[in-house]
Design a protein around this ligand. Structure first.
Ligand SMILES: Cc1cc2nc3c(=O)[nH]c(=O)nc-3n(C[C@H](O)[C@H](O)[C@H](O)COP(=O)(O)OP(=O)(O)OC[C@H]3O[C@@H](n4cnc5c(N)ncnc54)[C@H](O)[C@@H]3O)c2cc1C
Ligand SMILES: *[C@@H]1O[C@H](CO)[C@@H](O)[C@H](O)[C@H]1NC(C)=O
Ligand SMILES: *[C@@H]1O[C@H](CO)[C@@H](O)[C@H](O)[C@H]1NC(C)=O
Ligand SMILES: *[C@@H]1O[C@H](CO)[C@@H](O)[C@H](O)[C@H]1NC(C)=O
Ligand SMILES: *[C@@H]1O[C@H](CO)[C@@H](O)[C@H](O)[C@H]1NC(C)=O
Ligand SMILES: *[C@@H]1O[C@H](CO)[C@@H](O)[C@H](O)[C@H]1NC(C)=O
Ligand SMILES: *[C@@H]1O[C@H](CO)[C@@H](O)[C@H](O)[C@H]1NC(C)=O
Ligand SMILES: CC(=O)N[C@H]1CO[C@H](CO)[C@@H](O)[C@@H]1O
Length: 594
């Protein structure tokens, strides 16, 4: 009896010690309807500190719900007509780019357009989105928001374009910080790093505010005769999640990732402080922000990067149907698909060395090649010559019915995006659900016929498991490498390979489950032939099990130390970001969407 009492008191004392030690550390887990949640008066007072930019969230498709106070048939018609348009989706906080990342399990706000079973009393739900968001436009708004979430122990989420393939721009029951108003764009022919007297001026630096999108950056710099490394998708935010995860674009074989080109950042850290970081000031933090993942170390305000004289974009776009007699469902891929994949893999090393870039899409019934050469040096003739044997193969193949076979010279990347808008839209999956299981394919696997055959066999086994599109995107080279924190595997990558099935909202669960399982099983067959398992954190499977090593490689521990130094309370967190606890309650929607 006596011993029982002493054991109990031992535990009681330790529990108290533990609790009081923890009391100082915020958990950021205050939920709406709990007593800790701010009162209306608190929200109103906070609103004044962010210039009245605190907004109650209105879901994009709420006008389509008879049960919603926003119900309005005319507005609903506009939503339905534009539901798959990324620019339209981006204009309001109340949506994410991909439908599956604004839904939390069955709680969502899809228009009836796609959910044919929607009843009159269906409820438009916030899903993963926040009830309130701050439409920030100054660093002071960010600092005030960080102070408020600290004071009330609320989780923060950060949204820019909402494009994240791992759903990391929304966290249920958080206060959201909307970053799209940060629209600074500047070009400096010469640029001196802040507080960094030992360095001489740098030539050709561009500044992009955190909310600038590719479609805004390209024409701005083009008018100055320049081009930055931005993604192929016009609506991604280069200075947001894109750059902080690495950022590959059509210029990457020529100029590297966007992170390779970073020279300085204006940021707000978890302590609310505005800082300008570079190689001389908080160099560890500067490094972590160059590819170690967004939403983790600080909030980006301005991204300062090297930019380059603009080039023309020579393009070969080939698209063909596989003849029906050559389609072999549920077994292995057709010989024509095997022939094309082998040819592309064989040529890829030469293509990359010559600064070519591209996006290839393979499905069981179609082949599509989008090969580009950004150059001012007779680009179209060079591209024709570099692709001549693959062109010969695909244009004379008896099992391919050609839909497009075009060589076009565009003035710049912006003109390419306009000219190839149909391709970009068709392959972007705006408004639909999507997952992106992926692997970085190392250069050595393309070094010999034997290893290419091994890779193609993996591809073949994958095709047998799934009715889906495989994308291959061309890599950055190891040229122009900066001191970045991206997964080191990037610098020996020959191709970025994605098995990416999409499905419209309202697709029956059994079908979406089958699509996702097929993609994951297919990816596993390709992964099986690789010695190093590495994936690009911005275009990967949210369910990736060994995410610490697969996303961050050997940088994980160093990144974690920097995270703990600058954000000891874990004010910033996101799904499978450095230091994140995937079992934390705010991530419960992930399990539900599986
Ligand atoms: C159609 C499409 C095409 C794509 N093409 C490419 C491509 O060509 N190359 C490529 O590399 N990637 C590409 N991506 C992937 C892209 O890099 C990611 O979706 C990326 O997360 C987008 O960043 P964002 O800021 O635009 O999006 P968001 O979803 O708004 O943000 C992404 C992440 O960054 C955080 N974040 C956003 N802004 C800030 C900030 N200011 N400070 C701190 N954290 C912030 C968010 O919290 C979130 O965790 C593409 C994605 C899509 C949907
Ligand atoms: C914040 O203040 C502005 C300006 O007064 C107001 O329009 C807005 O509705 C307020 N936001 C909330 C959530 O009350
Ligand atoms: C949704 O569309 C279906 C089919 O057109 C229709 O029967 C149903 O009434 C609609 N639901 C609502 C809420 O409008
Ligand atoms: C292929 O698989 C699908 C789905 O599993 C099945 O419905 C179809 O009958 C199969 N086709 C062949 C030719 O085996
Ligand atoms: C490109 O692919 C074709 C077709 O497979 C092959 O004949 C040619 O040798 C390859 N060229 C290079 C440079 O690898
Ligand atoms: C590729 O681009 C780099 C950077 O502009 C340039 O130095 C190099 O000469 C180019 N390579 C070829 C083969 O054109
Ligand atoms: C290719 O397939 C599409 C979709 O089935 C069809 O509309 C188109 O006519 C086909 N084109 C050719 C050249 O076979
Ligand atoms: C039970 C309860 O109080 N529910 C409230 C929780 O908070 C939401 C939004 O703040 C209210 O709409 C609910 O009524």
């Amino acid at each position: 009896m006596a011993s029982t009492i002493s054991i109990l008191s031992f535990f009681a004392i330790n529990a108290l010690t533990f609790l009081s030690a923890r009391a100082a550390a915020p958990t950021f887990n205050c939920q709406p309807n709990q007593s800790c949640w701010p009162t209306t008066a608190d929200w109103n007072a906070f609103n004044k500190t962010v210039s009245g930019q605190l907004k109650a969230t209105v879901m994009l498709a709420s006008p389509c719900y008879p049960s919603s106070p926003n119900f309005n048939e005319a507005e609903c018609a506009t939503v339905e007509a534009n539901y798959f348009d990324p620019t339209f989706r981006q204009t309001v906080y109340g949506s994410m780019e991909h439908f599956n990342w604004e839904a939390c399990g069955s709680a969502n706000c899809a228009p009836n357009l796609t959910v044919t079973t929607q009843s009159k009393d269906a409820v438009c739900s916030l899903g993963t989105l926040s009830a309130f968001h701050v439409d920030a436009s100054t660093a002071a708004d960010i600092t005030a928001t960080l102070a408020f979430v600290r004071k009330h122990n609320i989780r923060l989420s950060i949204r820019n374009t909402g494009h994240d393939y791992l759903g990391r721009s929304a966290i249920p029951n958080s206060l959201a910080l909307e970053m799209s108003n940060f629209q600074t764009m500047e070009f400096h022919p010469t640029f001196q790093l802040n507080n960094c007297k030992s360095t001489s001026a740098i030539t050709n630096v561009g500044i992009m505010g955190a909310g600038v999108i590719g479609d805004e950056a390209l024409p701005f710099f083009s008018a100055k005769g320049m081009q930055p490394v931005v993604g192929a998708c016009p609506t991604v935010g280069p200075a947001g999640g894109f750059s902080m995860g690495g950022g590959h674009g059509p210029l990457s074989p020529t100029n590297g990732l966007l992170a390779d080109n970073a020279v300085e950042f204006d940021i707000v850290t978890a302590d609310g402080k505005f800082r300008t970081v570079n190689q001389c000031n908080d160099p560890d933090l500067f490094w972590a922000l160059r590819g170690g993942g967004a939403g983790t170390y600080a909030i980006m305000v301005n991204y300062k990067t090297l930019v380059y004289p603009k080039t023309t974009f020579a393009t070969w776009h080939f698209r063909a149907n596989i003849s029906s007699n050559a389609i072999t469902p549920n077994t292995t891929m057709s010989t024509v698909l095997r022939d094309v994949i082998t040819a592309v893999s064989t040529n890829q090393t030469t293509w990359t060395k010559n600064n070519m870039t591209g996006f290839d899409v393979f499905t069981p019934t179609t082949v599509e090649l989008m090969e580009m050469l950004p150059s001012n040096d007779n680009a179209l003739a060079q591209l024709k010559s570099l692709t001549s044997s693959v062109h010969q193969l695909v244009t004379t193949h008896p099992d391919l019915a050609i839909v497009n076979d075009d060589f076009i010279l565009y003035d710049d990347q912006d003109a390419w995006e306009t000219g190839q808008a149909e391709f970009i839209t068709r392959t972007s999956g705006d408004g639909i659900g999507i997952i992106t299981p992926s692997r970085l394919i190392p250069r050595d696997i393309l070094a010999s016929t034997e290893s290419i055959n091994t890779f193609t066999a993996g591809f073949d086994a994958a095709a047998a498991l799934s009715e889906l599109a495989f994308f291959k995107t061309a890599p950055p080279s190891s040229k122009n490498t900066g001191d970045t924190s991206v997964n080191p595997a990037w610098y020996s990558t020959a191709m970025h390979f994605i098995a990416g099935p999409g499905w419209p909202p309202g697709t029956p669960q059994a079908l979406t489950d089958a699509l996702q399982e097929g993609a994951r099983n297919g990816l596993a067959k390709v992964a099986n032939v690789l010695d190093v398992q590495a994936a690009y954190t911005n275009e990967a499977d949210w369910a990736e099990p060994n995410w610490q090593s697969v996303f961050y490689g050997s940088n994980y521990n160093k990144l974690l130390q920097i995270k703990q130094k600058y954000d000891p309370d874990n004010l910033f967190t996101c799904w499978k970001c450095v230091g994140s606890d995937v079992n934390a309650p705010q991530f419960s929607c992930y399990a539900e969407t599986q």
